[in-house]
Design a binder for this molecule. Structure first.
Ligand SMILES: Cc1cc2nc3c(=O)[nH]c(=O)nc-3n(C[C@H](O)[C@H](O)[C@H](O)COP(=O)(O)OP(=O)(O)OC[C@H]3O[C@@H](n4cnc5c(N)ncnc54)[C@H](O)[C@@H]3O)c2cc1C
Ligand SMILES: NC(=O)c1ccc[n+]([C@@H]2O[C@H](COP(=O)([O-])OP(=O)(O)OC[C@H]3O[C@@H](n4cnc5c(N)ncnc54)[C@H](O)[C@@H]3O)[C@@H](O)[C@H]2O)c1
Length: 448
C-alpha cells in the first residue's frame, strides 16, 4: 500500500538532516530514506574520523618541534592500527544515534530509494508519495577511465585499513590527497601525489598553495603536477602507476594507490527520468532556490547538488534553506561568498572569499597584503614551520574580499575574516576592535 507524506528525504547525511530539522519543527510528516549509515559521509567516513588522524599528525608535529622548546624527546613511533581503532571507537555510536534522531523526526525507511513517478519513490518494494521530495544523496569518488582503476582504494579504506602502507600514491592533488598525505608522511609512509593540473589544489590561491607545497616537500612528500596517469598494474602485492609528464613516461611502484581525483554526485541510480527531472546524467538542473527546473516537487541539496562546494556546513545550510522553502512556500538562494573552509594539512590551509586571481578577473580595485609570520614573536615562540597569510581588501568599500592562511592557527583565525565579510565589517573597524594579547588572533590585526 502506498504511504503518503508531506516530504520524502532521500539520503540521511548533513543535507537530509538539515531539511528534517526545519520540516519536523514545522510539524510536517517526513519519510526519511537511508541505504547505509544515518549521519552520512561527514561523521562516518569523512570530516570527523579524518580529524582523528589529523590530530595524531599534529601530535607528531609538536614532537618534531619539541627541540626548539629545549625539550629532548626520542623518535616517536605511531601505532597505525591502534590509531585506526581509536578513530573507529570515537565514531561507532554515530549511525545509531543519528538513526534514532531520524526516527524522532520522521518515518525511517532503510534501503535504496528511487523514483517511480513525479511524486513517488520506491524503497524495498514500498511505494511512498509526497508533495515535496528532496534528493540529498551525497557523492562518491569519481571513477577514472584508466586500465587498472579497480586497484585504487578510496578515502573510506584509508580511514579503515589497520595496515600502514609503506608507500602510497594519490591520484589527484586535491583536498583528500593533501590531508591524508600529511598524516601518512608524518607516520613514516612514503607519499607521491600525481596531479593532472599545473597546480595542486587548483581552485585555491596560488601563493597559498605554494607555501603548503614547500612545507609538504619538506616532509618528504613527492609532488608531480601536469601529470597524465596512463594505467595501473598489479604484480603480487606491488602496484605500479604508469604516468607521463610532458610526454615523458614514468612509473612509480607502491603498495597502495588512493583515488583523490574528486567526487561526483550520487544521482544516476535514482530513475530521474520517470520523475520528469531534467539532468545531464549527473547534474540535476535546478533554479536559484535549488528546485528542479522541470519538476517543482523536487529539490536537491548537499553534495548531490553540483556547483556548490562539497562541504558539510554547505550541505546542512542548503538542506535547511530547502526545508524553509517547503514549509513557508517561498525559497531563498544560498550565499556562500563569506564561507570559510580549511584543508587539514599540518599546518592547515584556511581560506575565505576570493583568491587574488579571482579578484583581478572581476576587475575589482583592491589592495593585497602578504605576510610570512614565521619571524613574528608568536610564530617564533611556537616554532612554526610555516606561517603565512594573504589578505585582500576592496579599496572602494574597505571591506575584506578574501583571506588565505597557512598555519598560525588559521583554522580559527579565518572565522574572524569570515565574520567580517558576512557582516560587512571594514578593515578599519576590524583593526579598531579589542583583542586579547598576545594571541594569534591579535596578530590578525597586523596581517593587513
Ligand atoms: C574523506 C573526506 C573528508 C571530508 N572532510 C571534510 C571536512 O573536513 N569538512 C567539510 O566541511 N567537509 C568534508 N568532507 C565533505 C563532506 O563530508 C560532505 O560535503 C558532506 O558529508 C555532504 O553531505 P550530504 O548530506 O550532501 O551527503 P552525505 O553525507 O554523503 O549523505 C548522503 C547519504 O545518502 C545516502 N544515499 C545515497 N543514495 C541513496 C539512495 N538512493 N537511497 C537512500 N540513501 C541514499 C548515502 O548512504 C548517504 O548516507 C569530507 C569528505 C570526505 C570524503
Ligand atoms: N577539509 C575539507 O573540507 C575536505 C576534506 C576532504 C574532502 N572534502 C571535499 O571532498 C571533495 C572531494 O575531495 P577530492 O580531494 O577527491 O577532490 P578535489 O576536487 O579537491 O581534488 C581532486 C583533484 O584531482 C585532480 N584530478 C582529477 N582527475 C585526475 C586525474 N585523472 N589524474 C590526476 N589528477 C586528477 C583534480 O585536478 C583535482 O586537483 C572536495 O571537493 C572537498 O570539497 C573536503
Amino acid at each position: 500500500m502506498t504511504q503518503k507524506f508531506d516530504i520524502i528525504i532521500i539520503g540521511g547525511g548533513n543535507a537530509g538532516f538539515g531539511v528534517s530539522a526545519v520540516a519536523h519543527d514545522a510539524g510536517k510528516s517526513i519519510a526519511f530514506i537511508e541505504e547505509r549509515d544515518f549521519g552520512g559521509t561527514c561523521p562516518n567516513r569523512g570530516c570527523t574520523p579524518k580529524k582523528v588522524l589529523v590530530a595524531a599528525a599534529h601530535a607528531l608535529h609538536e614532537i618534531e618541534t619539541a627541540n626548539a622548546h629545549c625539550i629532548e624527546v626520542g623518535k616517536p613511533k605511531l601505532d597505525w592500527s591502534a590509531l585506526i581503532r581509536r578513530e573507529k571507537a570515537m565514531i561507532d555510536f554515530i549511525p545509531d544515534a543519528m538513526g534514532d534522531l531520524a526516527a524522532k523526526r520522521g518515518t525511517v525507511f532503510r534501503g535504496r530509494g528511487a523514483f517511480t513517478g513525479p511524486n513517488s519513490v520506491e524503497v524495498n518494494g514500498q511505494e511512498l508519495t509526497a508533495d515535496s521530495i528532496v534528493i540529498a544523496t551525497g557523492s562518491r569518488p569519481r571513477q577514472l577511465p584508466i586500465p587498472g582503476a579497480e586497484y585504487m582504494i578510496t578515502s573510506d579504506e584509508v580511514l579503515s585499513d589497520e595496515n600502514q602502507p609503506k608507500e602510497v600514491v594519490f591520484i589527484g592533488g586535491g583536498v583528500i590527497a593533501m590531508e591524508f598525505s600529511h598524516v601518512y608522511a608524518r607516520a613514516g609512509t612514503k607519499v607521491t601525489i600525481l596531479e593532472a593540473m599545473p597546480q595542486l589544489l587548483p581552485r585555491m590561491d596560488v601563493d597559498t598553495v605554494n607555501v603548503i607545497k614547500a612545507e609538504s616537500e619538506r616532509l618528504g612528500i613527492v609532488i608531480h603536477t601536469g601529470v597524465k596517469v596512463e594505467e595501473i598494474t598489479k604484480d603480487g602485492e606491488t602496484l605500479s602507476v604508469k604516468y607521463s609528464i610532458n610526454d615523458q613516461d614514468h612509473v612509480v611502484a607502491v603498495d597502495r594507490i588512493v583515488n583523490g581525483a574528486g567526487r561526483i554526485a550520487n544521482t544516476d541510480g535514482l530513475n530521474l527520468d520517470v520523475a520528469g527531472i531534467e539532468h545531464d546524467g549527473i547534474a540535476i538542473k535546478v533554479d536559484e532556490i535549488m528546485r528542479s527546473v522541470s519538476n517543482p516537487s523536487i529539490w536537491v541539496a548537499g553534495d548531490a547538488l553540483v556547483n556548490t562546494p562539497q562541504l558539510s556546513p554547505v550541505a546542512t545550510h542548503e538542506g535547511r534553506l530547502i526545508g524553509k522553502a517547503i514549509v513557508s512556500g517561498s525559497g531563498q538562494s544560498a550565499d556562500f561568498s563569506g564561507l570559510p573552509s580549511c584543508v587539514y594539512t599540518v599546518p592547515a590551509i584556511s581560506t575565505v572569499g576570493l583568491t587574488e586571481a579571482e579578484a583581478h578577473s572581476k576587475g575589482i580595485d583592491f589592495r593585497v597584503s602578504k605576510n610570512d609570520m614565521t619571524g613574528w614573536f608568536s610564530g617564533k615562540s611556537y616554532a612554526e614551520s610555516a606561517a603565512w597569510a594573504k589578505v585582500l581588501i576592496d579599496n572602494e568599500t574597505d571591506q575584506f574580499l578574501g583571506a588565505h592562511m597557512v598555519g598560525h592557527q588559521g583554522e580559527d583565525l579565518i572565522h574572524l575574516f569570515a565574520m567580517a565579510m558576512q557582516h560587512k565589517i571594514t578593515a578599519a573597524e576590524f583593526q579598531a576592535s579589542h583583542f586579547a594579547f598576545p594571541t594569534f588572533s591579535s596578530d590578525a590585526k597586523n596581517l593587513f
